[in-house]
Design a protein around this ligand. Structure first.
Ligand code: NDP
Length: 248
């Protein structure tokens, strides 16, 4: 998928919500979507980081972005309903959602994982995405075609020692994607997952502190699949879990 090269106006006139848009892969996805013509709604918990991305998008001459500050750890269903009303009021439409925000937790043997940490990771990586998707579906359905993209992981397909809460949450993400894709099959809304693979971000550095970050792909290098799934070249793709960095 690294070789897909989208046309410049792939996302022209589309409104796309990106969670965790202040840093790492989400920041780059927001910028890439904007550079391909989308109006991007930047959602995250750190307003300062979101403002920096907003400014960067403006400096690139891309369509003006919007900011939704939201901590997905504490947000309730009402927050997501209010957020949906705000998006509908301001833009009248939503064409895509990139569920990207994620928490790693700490890498610990399962029998030593504090319940609190387990619940925090699952809250952001699963429950918040469930609540957000539920709230947004009616608005997405107003479009003839829309794309919902979840973010998985290698450990969301095959469990690995010490990755407990995170791995379990990513298996749940794959499950949520499959259930939703099946329910929405033929509706015009397609639902898929991306496994980014090892990518040079803060989260990766936290998980692998001894690794040389220069040996990893940058968020920018893995953007082809993010663009592919959000744009109309992927209209026929539903219920798939794609690798941003497929093994050769
Ligand atoms: P980063 O930690 O760099 O970025 C994660 C983003 O999520 C940040 O913007 C962060 O905000 C946001 N976020 C975290 N918690 C919350 C919350 N409670 N409310 C709102 N926003 C929140 O990680 P990556 O860019 O590496 O990861 C992006 C996605 O890709 C994640 O889902 C991750 O699991 C997945 N992934 C990454 C891989 C990699 O190698 N990098 C490999 C496989 C999967 P803030 O900046 O304020 O912390």
């Amino acid at each position: 998928m690294l070789e897909y090269s989208p046309k410049k106006d792939l996302l022209k006139d589309k409104v796309i919500l990106v969670t965790g848009a202040g840093d790492g892969i989400g920041r780059q996805a927001a910028i890439s979507y904007a550079c391909h013509g989308a109006t991007v709604i930047l959602l995250g918990r750190s307003v300062k980081k979101l403002e920096a991305v907003y400014d960067e998008i403006e400096a690139l001459g891309a369509p003006q972005a919007a900011i939704i500050p939201l901590d997905m750890q504490g947000a309730t269903e009402q927050h997501y309903r209010d957020m949906t009303d705000t998006i509908e009021g301001q833009f009248g439409r939503l064409d895509g959602v990139l569920h990207n925000a994620g928490q790693l937790g700490s890498l610990t043997p399962l029998d030593q994982v504090p319940l609190e940490m387990f619940e925090e990771v699952v809250k952001v990586n699963v429950t918040a995405q469930f609540m957000m998707t539920k709230a947004l579906l009616a608005l997405l359905k107003k479009q003839e075609r829309a794309s919902v993209v979840f973010t998985s992981s290698g450990v969301g397909r095959k469990g690995r020692a010490f990755w407990g809460p995170y791995a379990i949450s990513k298996f749940a993400t794959e499950g949520m994607m499959q259930v939703l894709a099946d329910e929405l099959d033929g509706s015009g809304i397609r639902v898929n997952c991306i496994n980014p693979g090892a990518t040079r971000t803060k989260m990766r550095a936290l998980a692998y502190p001894a690794e040389n970050p220069q040996s990893l792909k940058t968020p920018k290098e893995i953007m082809p699949v993010y663009l592919y799934l959000m744009g109309d070249d992927s209209l026929e793709v539903n219920g798939q879990s794609l690798d941003a960095q497929p093994k050769k």
